[in-house]
Design a protein around this ligand. Structure first.
Ligand code: FAD
Length: 528
């Protein structure tokens, strides 16, 4: 099942096991079951601390559990955790075997302190790069707290259940049989959702923080670079981010990160975070800024959780988000057929009919990708021509199960109350309305800057982008901005990194030229 290279790597990981672990299989006669048995046998052969038995009684077959001998296992995999989930399996093995997780001690305490019984089920697809974070967070909670059980379910293998539960986007998480959440979630977000007291405690701790020299809002490439450049000057730097990694987390292959020929989004996001942590930056994840209050000397950033952070300089790097069509039915059927991530949710539409809205690079790429999975793709473009690169258009034209409709304005998403059943569009040349029957709609019409919360506070362009000068400074002195949220053209990772670095340096330059309000000493005096 596993090739020699993977076995060698896995054997090295399994040396980290501090205690024996047991894999308990619940097989059936299927081919997937045969491969599961091979996988478990391969793993057991690599370490004397791993044993396998095949008398499991799990409700889903084939499946297997990971736990300690003599204890009821709390981590379950229904289907094979290969593809993006292979890392989830490795972590489950190591953490069940006593290898310490790489999270703050405060988070470990928070997980241990959860009271009650929580049986989580996470429906995933093996090609979903957002799913492993959720699976790994829940598995870790199961390792640390005996009241938590976590099951990963491969939606492609348990299609009947996916249909019965009306799942149309992954990851889809259920707790004790009820819907809990959908889409990427961090450990902190899951904990905040479970334990309401935790959010109030976190807000209290944030409120008590001393003012920062530089406070960065956003943990994407721009925010990460800004934080590193600021922290390397030895000044007190913090990053507040809703989702550390930003859009990079939604990116599958990255082939233009200069000097790295190919990498994957989650891998780059993890590298960004570990680089930022290297400099002792105070990272405040899973926190949303909702207001910037400029001050004379100290600016305030107010967070949705109720806390207020203070800083001498602020760097805004809140990036951008998927643009929506804003047509009737779109919101109602989000995650019920209306999707934004073809890589994640494409496999759930195997054999079905879908539409892709948008004929730019991302729309055409999505259509090509989906054409290999679904029965039929209709690509709708508002303009009279596609805007994607010629090479992508040629590839698209070669596919027999793709129809391209140009000059088409989508006017409505329709459904049966549970899921999408079709869409309506107007032919912009004739004014005629048409309907297409389908099961899925992938919206790929660009990005919007995450700057709604800044309206009226500083100068924004007519597209909502933060206006910056050549040094990255905004219309507010001491407030800088970088990345996709700004007027700087070309929304790309290396550009966001460069602009973030520039904003970090500009913030430092601003600090050394400003006397500190109370002590009348400059930041240079404080460092020296
Ligand atoms: P983002 O990456 O959007 O990060 C924004 C950060 O701010 C996040 O941490 C977010 O949680 C946080 N945030 C937002 N609002 C708030 C708030 N109110 N409070 C607190 N935090 C907040 N670029 C390439 O160079 N190569 C590629 O191959 C590539 N592929 C892509 C594929 C996809 C599917 C997408 C969506 C983008 C791709 N890009 C690619 C573009 C690239 O990802 C962006 O240009 C880059 O991530 C922008 O970085 P950023 O830091 O400005 O913003």
């Amino acid at each position: 099942m596993l090739d020699t290279n993977i076995k060698t790597q896995l054997a090295a990981y399994l040396e980290k096991l501090q205690q024996p672990i047991e894999l308990v299989a619940t097989p059936d006669g299927s081919d997937a079951s045969r491969r599961m048995r091979e996988l478990l046998a391969d793993i057991a052969a690599l370490s004397p601390k791993v044993s396998v038995r095949e008398d499991g009684q799990a409700e889903r077959r084939p499946s297997f559990s990971v736990g300690r001998p003599g204890e009821a296992p709390r981590i379950h995999f229904a289907g094979l955790p290969m593809g993006h989930e292979f890392t989830s399996l490795i972590l489950a093995l190591l953490q069940s075997g006593g290898h310490p997780p790489k999270i703050d001690a405060a988070l470990v305490e928070q997980i241990r302190g959860i009271r009650g019984r929580f049986r989580f089920e996470t429906f995933i697809s093996l090609s979903c790069h957002n799913c492993p974070d959720v699976v790994q967070a829940l598995n870790l909670m199961a390792v640390l707290n005996p009241g938590v059980e976590a099951t990963m379910v491969d939606g492609a293998l348990f299609q009947e259940e996916v249909e019965a539960r009306g799942i149309m986007a992954v990851p889809a998480v259920f707790v004790n049989g009820e819907p809990f959440g959908q889409g990427r979630m961090t450990l902190e977000e899951i904990l905040a959702k479970l334990d309401t007291g935790a959010a109030a405690k976190a807000a209290e701790a944030l409120d008590a923080k001393a003012p920062f020299d530089v406070l960065v809002v956003g943990g994407g490439p721009a925010g990460s670079a800004a934080a590193i450049y600021a922290a390397r000057k030895g000044i007190r730097t913090g990053v507040v981010a809703e989702r550390f990694g930003g859009q990079v987390l939604d990116t599958l292959a990255i082939e233009n990160f200069i000097s790295v020929k190919r990498t994957e989004g989650p891998q780059l996001a993890a590298a960004l975070e570990s680089h930022v942590r290297e400099y002792g930056v105070d990272i405040m994840p899973a926190q949303r800024a909702q207001a910037l209050v400029p001050g004379d000397g100290l600016h305030e950033v107010r967070l949705a959780g109720g806390a207020t952070l203070k800083a001498k300089t602020v760097i805004l790097a809140p990036g951008a988000r998927w643009r929506e069509m804003n047509v009737p039915g779109e919101k109602e059927y989000k995650a019920k057929g209306v999707c934004f991530c073809p890589h994640c949710d494409g496999p759930l539409f195997r054999g079905k009919r879908v539409a892709v809205i948008g004929g730019g690079n991302s729309g055409v790429e999505a259509a090509i990708d989906l054409a290999g999975i679904v029965a039929h793709v209709t690509l709708l473009e508002f303009d009279s021509k596609l805007r994607a690169d010629a090479v992508l258009q040629e590839k698209l034209a070669s596919l027999s199960n793709v129809t391209v409709i140009k000059s088409a304005q989508t006017t409505e998403v329709s459904g049966d109350g549970q899921k999408v059943t079709g869409l309506a569009y107007t032919d912009r040349n004739t004014g005629e309305s048409h309907r297409i029957d389908l099961e899925g709609i992938f919206v790929q019409i660009g990005l919007l800057p995450n700057t709604d919360w800044l309206k009226g506070t500083l100068n924004l362009s007519r597209f909502g982008e933060i206006e910056v000068d050549a040094r990255g400074e905004t219309s507010l002195p001491g407030v800088f901005a970088a990345g996709d949220a700004t007027t700087v053209p070309y929304k790309q990772i290396v550009i966001a990194l460069g602009e973030g670095a520039k904003a970090g340096l500009s913030a430092f330059d601003h600090l050394i030229r400003s006397p500190a309000p109370e002590k009348r000493t400059s930041v240079v005096d404080q460092i020296a």
